[in-house]
Design a protein around this ligand. Structure first.
Ligand code: ADP
Ligand code: F6P
Length: 330
């Protein structure tokens, strides 16, 4: 039996993602349902260190399920990398009586949570909040679906103007060192090429395919490049394409932070709500068997992954996806 958790703190850390607010709401309201004291920690781990911690009530999370960003703000916090920073954070949590933590963030935030949980007696639950979908143990991360739909909307618009001018567009999407946003948005918009960090980019293959398309007068082409692709971003690819295909009318578009904002999609609101609820239930479970785990959703069921495993593993991209890209983009 583990000690009963009575006061829970929730924070958002690392890059924000649409659906974080829906998740905060679910954590707070599930905790209140169980008559727990709930606290919001501002600006991620920075707020733990600065004692920027506020009580949360049912009304504190009213009217936020549909809003992008995070009402708790988020930050990247250097001091939390040091033991002295984490100790200061622990002392502040103790001052408020907080004895359970929910961290909504990416793998970096989980790395911090894992260290903190090993050093101090406050159980942590990680919830995957990142547009990058670069965490194992879950089919979706909170924010990915919205980000990828934003990218699809933008690429569709770019295709309209590309079509009007017979242009070749090279579009860069986010994802840090993961290619999921590129792969999903690229397939969904019929991109002719998708360049991702998980596969070595063969630029000669791209050029010869574009030459072949030019010969048969297929001049409108979209190349979706993940920002972390090994060849470099969209500008690097454009440089080579312009050098080698003198007649192509090439334009570059970098979608950037637009992918992080906006109202969360229905899927993101749903998974955020389910994960937020499951996080509080996991903290309250009497054996504590899921303390210091990340909660994901695999095959539509809640799935628990120890934080250390969630940190190390990445999702894999199957060769079949790459085959689909090739076959469909002729
Ligand atoms: P994300 O969670 O989106 O991957 P970051 O990698 O920027 O974002 O991590 C968010 C924060 O988590 C960092 O600013 C830091 O405070 C904390 N963190 C990340 N890695 C570690 C680590 N190895 N040790 C302690 N804290 C860490
Ligand atoms: O992790 C989310 C993400 O948007 C990545 O896709 C991107 O590489 C990074 O964060 C951008 O970080 P920043 O907001 O600090 O520019």
């Amino acid at each position: 039996m583990s000690k009963k958790v009575t006061n829970i703190g929730v924070l958002t850390s690392g890059g924000d993602s649409p659906g974080m607010n829906a998740c905060i709401r679910a954590v707070v309201r599930t905790g209140l349902y169980h008559s727990l004291e709930m606290f919001g920690i501002m600006r991620g781990y920075q707020g733990m260190i600065d004692d920027d911690i506020v009580p949360m009530h049912s009304r504190s999370v009213a009217n936020i399920i549909q809003r992008g960003g995070t009402i708790l703000k988020t930050a990247r916090c250097k001091e939390f990398f040091e033991f002295s920073g984490r100790k200061k954070a622990y002392e502040n949590l103790k001052k408020h009586g907080i004895d359970g933590l929910v961290i909504i963030g990416g793998d970096g935030s989980f790395r911090g949570a894992q260290k903190f949980a090993n050093e101090f007696d406050i159980p942590c639950i990680g919830l995957p909040g990142t547009i990058d979908k670069d965490i194992a143990g879950t089919d979706f991360t909170i924010g990915f679906d919205t980000a990828v739909n934003t990218a699809v909307e933008c690429i569709d618009k770019i295709r309209d103007t590309a079509d009007a001018h017979d242009r070749l567009f090279i579009i860069e999407v986010m994802g840090r060192d993961a290619g999921y946003i590129a792969l999903h948005s690229g397939i969904a918009t019929g991109a002719e090429h998708i360049l991702i960090p998980e596969r070595k980019t063969d630029i000669e293959d791209v050029i010869s395919s574009l030459e072949e398309k030019e010969k048969r007068k297929k001049l409108v082409n979209m190349i979706v490049v993940a920002e972390g692709d090994d060849f470099g971003g969209a500008n690097e690819v454009a440089k080579v394409v312009k050098e080698r295909l003198a007649t192509a009318d090439v334009r570059v578009c970098i979608l950037g932070h637009i992918q992080r904002g906006g109202a969360p999609s229905c899927i993101d609101r749903l998974i955020a709500s389910r994960m937020g609820y499951a996080a509080v239930e996991a903290l309250l479970e009497p054996t504590g068997m899921h303390h210091n785990h990340m909660i994901g959703i695999l095959n539509n069921r809640i799935h628990y992954t120890p934080l250390d495993k969630a940190i190390k593993a990445k999702q894999k991209i199957s060769d079949e996806w790459m085959k689909i890209v090739k076959i469909l983009a002729s």
